[in-house]
Design a protein around this ligand. Sequence first.
Ligand code: 5GP
Length: 142
Amino acid sequence: MSAIYDSSNIFAKILRGELPAHQVYEDADTFAFMDIMPRSTGHALVIPKTPARTIVDATPTQLSACLATVQKIARAQMAAFGADGITLQQFNEPAGGQVVFHLHFHVLPRWDGVKLQPHTGQMEKPDVLAANAEKLRAALSA
Ligand code: 5GP
């Protein structure tokens, strides 16, 4: 049994507009934005707009909506950044590596021979995140 959803988490605050984010995409059910400590150039996060703590308590509807958005973001990353591939990551509960307790999917552009940066490593400059978000938005609307 997973722990209870706490609406004071950072991503819930972003969804409520209480904290800023470099938004990439939004639809009725999902929201996508740049990870503030990217593991690769263009690293984005996809979240459901409704509360879910982990993959364990999420509904099939939340998961399918997120995966449809993950695919859109992955395609846009391939185009926008000339990625050779995409890695998905998704962590659940502290034991599973989760730090922010609102369900999220990491979508990571990859290049042949380029290793990922550490998880929750270094904070990226806001202008770099803004520029990468703009590239993704342009690819999504192309
Ligand atoms: P996880 O819960 O998947 O282990 O890690 C949470 C992820 O959220 C990390 O990749 C971290 O860089 C990212 N993150 C943490 N705080 C913020 C924030 O305030 N804004 C954004 N955009 N990303 C964040």
